[in-house]
Design a protein around this ligand. Structure first.
Ligand SMILES: Cc1ncc(C[n+]2csc(CCOP(=O)(O)OP(=O)(O)O)c2C)c(N)n1
Ligand SMILES: [Mg+2]
Length: 559
């Protein structure tokens, strides 16, 4: 197979530029878009992209490009691709790389480098990016010869997609990109079906579950892998197991809403922990210990069966007693064959469920202004259809959304409980809006996190995305201020001023709106969605509820 830009060198040998071969290899992987900020070292690749069917989406910061590429991987299971120059540009990918690495999101980063055969600029801008990226990628390689491009690209995609998925970096030096080389065939991709759990492991899990008096299921981060959600929902329908989820497992089980017991956004003492503490066996599907612990295992608590694509990690607070390792969907189907209709389902969970969910409704419709986080979550749910996507940045509101926002469709509340970085909310929502133009997409950010990548408002406007950005304004790094108060430090050093967000949005050619009353949020969001385009809504938030509920009430009422 010859690549599209190959040509004969006159001696009958087919020649191609390294950059054309790279882009042909990316097309071969089905890549449709590349996000990033090119530098002069990437210009051969940019030229190859111009002639290809791959769209180059220029962002205003490499970090945002990496967050977008990672989110593409998270939502589709296929790696998103981002591109940067050497040194400074590549270093701007590091947070995105760690986001994808901790969050298990398949992503390919392409970075430029000075020529490796001859260096006209000595050490100017040269940073050892491979070494810098090694701890935050699954694989980081320099392409040292053009003829290795097809195999390296194929390998990079495989490594990025394989369980546990993550980021891969390929560094392409300028001279290898520009070099004319003998054309090399591309490597055709193929699916690699995974092995299913071993019968002995299935038997052990079956015995533990049949002996359990109060079994409970937990959906963890890997439960939200795109290819798994249907099989997991089917398992819950068949077994009728009551379930809860971790923050990143939210939405993974569709249609089982009568069995939903809550989300473990805190590690202990939340209402959902009344159910967890009552369980004697927890079937933990896809839990990844990068997440803040959904509960703390101890000698007295429930036994845990880990179901995962990979064996469990043993932690001080998580050490499963049995494991079902293999392709999770088919393994769960085999488990359901053995236990369907035979489990003890504790009726007390139904009562408990009512109490837990009622508690979460507390103050959800209160007319206080500035708005309480509970009211914000409630009103957002009102304007979002079932398949609408809420993409959170990181701040205090994440705990409130994780606890209180009900999801019915997989990956409709995108949050990062792994790296938990600020700045990813807007880029992840932009990616969601590009992938699902027919759905409502809402980015939710604090006034701190929004400003860490707010320059991407320009990218969103240029791409003509339909997207609403909701900013919760407290003029502070609220979450850290809350922790400061919880730890009894004086209130110090965490406040700041803000731009006029309405004017700020308008200056990008987006539309800005400010919520002026408690009842104003839902209609303002509704108007923003109806108008279309890039919309920004600012709402003042009253965070006094953080202490009242998450500290005082939980320590008094539970535990
Ligand atoms: C890149 C990054 N820097 C710092 C932190 C630590 N941090 C976590 S939440 C937070 C405050 C967030 O402030 P804001 O976005 O305004 O949200 P709020 O908590 O006020 O709602 C900080 C500084 C982080 N998680 N990520
Ligand atoms: Mg804030």
């Amino acid at each position: 197979m010859c690549s599209p830009d190959s040509r004969s060198n006159g001696d009958g040998v087919v020649m191609i530029k390294g950059s054309d071969l790279l882009v042909a290899a990316l097309e071969n992987e089905g890549v449709e878009r590349i996000f990033g900020v090119p530098g002069e070292e990437n210009l051969d690749v940019v030229e190859a992209l111009r002639k290809s069917r791959i769209e180059l989406v220029v962002t205003r910061h490499e970090q945002a490009a990496a967050f977008m590429a990672a989110t593409h991987g998270r939502l589709t299971g296929r790696p998103g691709v981002c591109i940067s120059t050497l040194g400074p540009g590549a270093l701007n990918f590091t947070t995105g790389a760690a986001y994808a690495h901790l969050g298990a999101m398949p992503m390919i980063m392409l970075t430029g480098q000075k020529g490796i055969l001859f260096s006209r600029q000595a050490r100017f801008q040269i940073v050892d990016i491979i070494a810098a990226m090694r701890p935050i990628t699954k694989m980081a390689r320099t392409i040292v010869t053009g003829s290795s491009i097809p195999t390296l690209v194929r390998d990079a995609f495989r490594v990025a997609m394989e369980e546990r998925p993550g980021p891969v970096l390929l560094e392409l030096p300028e001279d290898i990109a520009g070099e004319e080389i003998k054309d090399v065939p591309l490597v055709p991709p193929h699916d690699v079906p995974l092995p299913v759990a071993n019968p002995a492991a299935l038997e052990r899990a079956t015995q533990m579950l049949l002996a359990a008096k109060r079994p409970l299921l937990m959906a963890g981060a890997a439960a939200n892998r795109p290819r798994l959600t249907e099989a997991l929902s089917d398992f819950v329908r068949r077994t009728r197991l009551p379930f809860f989820n971790t923050q990143m497992g939210k939405g993974a089980i569709a249609g089982g809403s009568k069995l939903y017991m809550g989300t473990a956004a805190l590690s202990e003492r939340d209402y959902v922990h009344r159910a967890i503490d009552r369980a004697d066996v927890i079937l933990s599907v896809g839990h990844d210990t990068v997440e803040k612990p959904p509960f703390l295992m101890g000698p007295k608590g429930p036994k845990v069966i880990h179901v995962g694509f990979m064996p469990a990690h043993v932690e001080q607070v998580f050490y499963p007693n049995a494991e079902l390792v293999g392709d999770v969907g088919p393994s769960l189907a085999l488990l359901a064959d053995r236990i369907e209709g035979k489990l003890n389902i504790d009726p007390a969970f139904t009562t408990l469920r009512g109490e837990i969910l009622a508690k979460l409704q507390d103050r959800a419709e209160e007319s206080r202004f500035p708005l309480t986080p509970q009211r914000i979550v409630h009103d957002v749910r009102q304007v979002m259809p079932e398949d609408g996507m809420v993409c959170l940045d990181n701040g205090m509101y994440k705990i409130w959304f994780a606890r209180n926002y009900r999801t019915h469709v997989a990956n409709t509340l995108l949050l990062d409980n792994a790296l938990a970085t600020m700045g990813a909310g807007l880029p992840s929502a932009m990616m969601a809006a590009m992938l699902y133009p027919e759905r409502r997409v809402l980015a939710v950010a604090g006034d701190g996190g929004f400003m860490m990548n707010s320059q991407e408002m320009e990218t969103a406007v240029r791409l003509k995305l339909n997207l609403v950005v909701l900013i919760l304004e407290d003029n502070a790094y609220g979450m850290i201020r809350w922790k400061q108060a919880v730890d009894k430090f004086p209130d110090f050093g965490l406040g700041f001023g803000n731009p006029d967000f309405v004017k700020y949005a308008d200056s990008y050619g987006a539309k800005g709106r400010r919520v002026e009353s408690a009842d104003g949020l839902a209609p303002t969001l509704e108007a923003a969605f109806s108008d279309g385009g890039v919309q920004l809504v600012v709402v003042p938030v009253d965070y006094s509820e953080n202490i009242r509920v998450l500290v005082e009430e939980l320590s008094r009422n539970v535990g």
